[in-house]
Write a protein that binds this ligand. Structure first.
Ligand code: ZN
Length: 258
């Protein structure tokens, strides 16, 4: 098969893929939001596509839904370009995605995010959809807390100052964007932002008062040493975590529905 992206396939190709056992759809919710002075607003969407296609290959029998581009980004509205959806619109889009794929006959739907700000709402929506469609296996991916823990581990594994992978336009995201396409990154504009622990107090200000209340340039972490090779290692670490979480959630659903 040439592509796993549903939006790039024709309907006969999708029908044939489903007949051959491709019964799972992977839905990624991303964002269109500021990513500091060196990364474009499309960052979470570009990363979402890369992660989704790779995960579909890892899981097997999985096709990728069009990545949902704008997400919940109220905390990034302090800088131009950011789009934020009303929570009910975000919920409505996910409900309509799921209704469509259930209608077309898919049996398993995995819903996750490549943007931190979506996770909380996404978990609630996924639970509600799972209850609404008890015959369809609808599960989420990993939790935001697991992502936060992984960022700490990334700093440690790479021998970096704690907080270098701060989670937004940081060494992690910038290196992964370099891995995807070096042209995305304005290297001469790379600058550090907030470097420190993402404590509950910091998180509270970040989400409620906006990123600007913590970081003037919109960066959480230090991307100045970002590098495509390291991006490859980060990508592998995070994909392994996501794959594990998805397999575990799929297996749990199977056990509960035997
Ligand atoms: Zn991002």
């Amino acid at each position: 098969m040439k592509t796993l992206l549903l939006e790039q396939m024709t309907w006969p190709e999708i029908e044939e893929a489903m007949e051959k056992g491709m019964d799972t759809v992977l839905i990624f919710a991303a964002s269109v939001e500021q990513h500091g002075p060196a990364l474009p607003e499309i960052t979470d969407t570009a990363i979402g596509y890369a992660e989704a296609v790779d995960l579909a290959k890892r899981l097997g029998n999985t096709l990728v839904a069009p990545v949902i581009r704008p997400g919940l980004s109220r905390h990034h509205m302090g800088m131009p370009g950011t789009i934020t959806l009303r929570p009910e619109v975000f919920r409505g889009i996910l409900e309509d995605y799921v209704a469509a794929y259930v209608h077309h006959g898919f049996k398993k739907i995995i819903i996750t995010s490549s943007h931190g700000g979506n996770f909380g709402e996404l978990t609630r929506i996924t639970e509600d959809l799972a209850a609404e469609y008890p015959d369809i296996c609808i599960v989420s991916g990993c939790m935001l807390e697991e992502v936060d823990e992984l960022l700490v581990e990334m700093d440690r594994t790479e021998g970096l100052f704690p907080g270098t992978c701060g989670g937004h336009a940081c060494d992690w995201e910038t290196s992964v964007m370099m891995m995807i396409d070096e042209n995305y990154v304005r290297k001469e504009k790379l600058a550090a932002g907030y470097i420190g622990q993402f404590t509950p107090e910091v998180a509270d200000r970040f989400f409620n008062e906006g990123v600007k209340s913590i970081s003037e340039n919109g960066v959480m972490g230090d991307p100045t040493g970002a590098d495509a090779e390291r991006g490859r290692r980060y990508f592998e670490m995070y994909q392994a975590l996501q794959e594990r979480a998805m397999r575990k959630n799929l297996e749990e659903w199977r056990k509960n529905n035997e």
